[in-house]
Write a protein that binds this ligand. Structure first.
Ligand code: NAD
Length: 501
């Protein structure tokens, strides 16, 4: 095996960041962070408990009520957000190296994530500067306008897949709109989150506006969700965790944004551009190691092209380069953690009893250690199979044939999830009708997942509640207070006046 690359100056101690200071947990407790290639502990991270969350929320609350951030002009905040974007871009190589080391994502794909994170900050900087709100006039009688305000302390809870980018997705709109935040990143991958603190400090973000508490979901995450001074929770993660958070947030009636799991279908009709569909559906499930919420992990193929598709798809899947995440030739790296590896490996074994194995099927021979799984393709998978229904979140795909549009739609919608859908056809009428009938929050026609930041992002059914993206994020992180003003003489029914006459 090639020598394993370790970035220079790799941090070995990951701390919280509260009120402008790096600190350990009040209890002094830590947890181990593993490198997914060697599965050895390379760092310890502070394990936050309720008392650490209390300190972080108090700092964020103070920065919200007494600090300058919520009251600053959008342009002033935007300047700081653009400095943050500049810093992320300037450190792109280092950020990508650390992200790859921590997550096992291929380095070429981690680089794209850092640039996307910078773009999120620029985008929301632009949006708040251009933001205007409604005014409604009743001629001669009343004028009503919307006074948009930040809400307070936003709790941001993020998963381990593409952690830096997904954190930016929440941090940028929450901060742009004038809120203060407490971020609780995923415990498998705390490394890149700790980099935000220095970037924010250098860009001039006031102390207490950004706070970071590491720790386990059931401890630090749970305390954040239950904290009475945190009116908003934006969560991305598994559907079952989302359900727990929903229950726990009910007591304090919080604003919730839920971006949850997926099992998205890619539907290939007989009239599709087959080569383009094969490129895209390979990328759609095997990029980011298959650890991707919008992965097209169920491929439905018209029976007339089914065998040809399966043959070509499997040949390409066998050829995908699996290897050290830091090698720029690598297309699929190491899965994030041995626990997740065991989960994905168990689905590969289940798949062998549920479908026809066309490629992969376990650990590649040349990689005896580390969390590596060869891109795995199962054909002839029935709709009630577990590998058709359950989110695997790894490099595993199920292929199923269909006879006509009605069967394709029934198969596509036969899922508790509804995050994304990918439709491949050159028939314009079919493309629109089929897409509109899909139970999916987002559909791509003749494309893999290429996202315009202005569009709504979110799922239906068990894939989420609420939409973020563009103005929907601004709406989530702000209150829209309606202010009503009388222009003429106010005509009020005169209660109590009759008896006096
Ligand atoms: P997860 O639900 O296990 O953890 C996500 C976060 O929630 C972590 O920070 C974790 O510590 C925290 N958490 C866990 N239990 C908690 C609790 N009781 N209270 C508060 N916080 C708690 O998810 P994961 O394994 O890190 O990520 C993978 C999942 O995320 C997949 O299901 C994937 O589809 C989903 N995902 C969805 C999107 C989307 O936009 N829809 C994007 C990326 C990932």
């Amino acid at each position: 095996m090639a020598e394993h690359y370790v970035p220079d100056d790799l941090p070995t101690r990951i701390r919280h960041y509260i009120d402008g200071e790096f600190v350990d947990s009040v209890s002094g407790r830590t947890f181990d962070v593993l490198d997914p290639v060697s599965n050895e502990t390379y760092a310890t991270a502070a394990a936050g408990q309720k008392e650490d969350i209390d300190l972080a929320v108090a700092a964020a609350r103070k920065a919200f009520t007494a600090g300058p951030w919520p009251k600053m002009k959008p342009r002033e905040r935007a300047r700081i957000l653009n400095k943050i974007a500049d810093a992320v871009e300037a450190q792109e190589t280092r950020l990508a190296q650390l992200e790859t080391f921590d997550t096992g994502l291929p380095i070429t794909q981690a680089r794209g994530q850092a640039l996307r994170a910078a773009e999120n900050f620029r985008f929301f900087a632009d949006l708040v500067v251009a933001q205007f709100d409604d005014a409604m006039k009743v001629p001669g009688a009343q004028i009503n306008y919307v006074n948009r305000k930040p809400i307070g302390v936003a709790g941001l809870i993020t998963p381990w897949n593409t952690p830096f980018m997904l954190e930016s997705w929440k941090l940028a709109p929450a901060l742009a709109t004038g809120n203060t935040v407490v971020l609780k990143p995923a415990e498998f991958t705390p490394l890149s989150a700790s980099l935000w603190a220095r970037i924010f400090q250098d860009a001039g973000l006031p102390d207490g506006v950004f706070n970071l508490v590491n720790g386990l979901g059931e401890e630090a995450g749970d305390a954040l969700v239950k904290h009475p001074d945190v009116p908003l929770i934006s969560f991305t993660g598994e559907t079952t965790t989302g359900q727990t958070i929903f229950r726990n947030a009910a007591e304090n009636l919080k604003g919730l944004s839920m971006e949850l799991g997926g099992k998205s279908p890619a539907i290939i009709f007989a009239d599709a551009d087959l080569d383009a569909a094969i490129d895209s559906t390979l990328f759609g499930v095997f990029s980011l190691n298959g650890e991707r919420c919008t992965a097209g992990s169920r491929i439905l193929v018209h029976q007339d092209i089914y065998e040809e598709f399966c043959e070509k798809y499997a040949a390409r899947a066998k050829n995908i380069v699996v290897g050290d995440p830091h090698d720029p030739r690598t297309e699929v790296g190491a899965l994030v953690h041995p626990e997740h590896y065991a989960k994905v490996a168990s689905y590969v074994e289940i798949g062998k009893t549920e479908g026809r194995l066309l490629a992969g099927g376990g650990r590649p021979d040349h990689l005896p250690e580390g969390n590596y799984i060869a891109p795995t393709v199962f054909a002839d998978v029935a709709a009630d199979a577990r590998i058709f229904q359950e989110e695997i979140f790894g490099p595993v795909v199920a292929i199923t044939p269909f006879a006509d549009d009605a069967e394709a739609l029934a198969l596509a919608n036969n899922s508790k999830y509804g995050l994304a859908g990918y439709v491949w056809t050159n028939d314009l009428t079919r493309a629109h009708n089929f897409s509109q009938n899909l139970d999916a929050g987002m559909v791509w026609l003749n494309s893999h997942n290429v996202r315009d930041l202005r569009t709504p992002f979110g799922g239906v059914k068990a894939s989420g509640l609420g939409h973020e993206g563009g103005y929907r994020s601004i709406d989530f992180y702000t209150d829209q207070q309606a202010v009503h003003i009388t222009l003429g003489t106010v005509h009020t029914p005169r209660f109590g006046a009759a008896a006096a006459q």
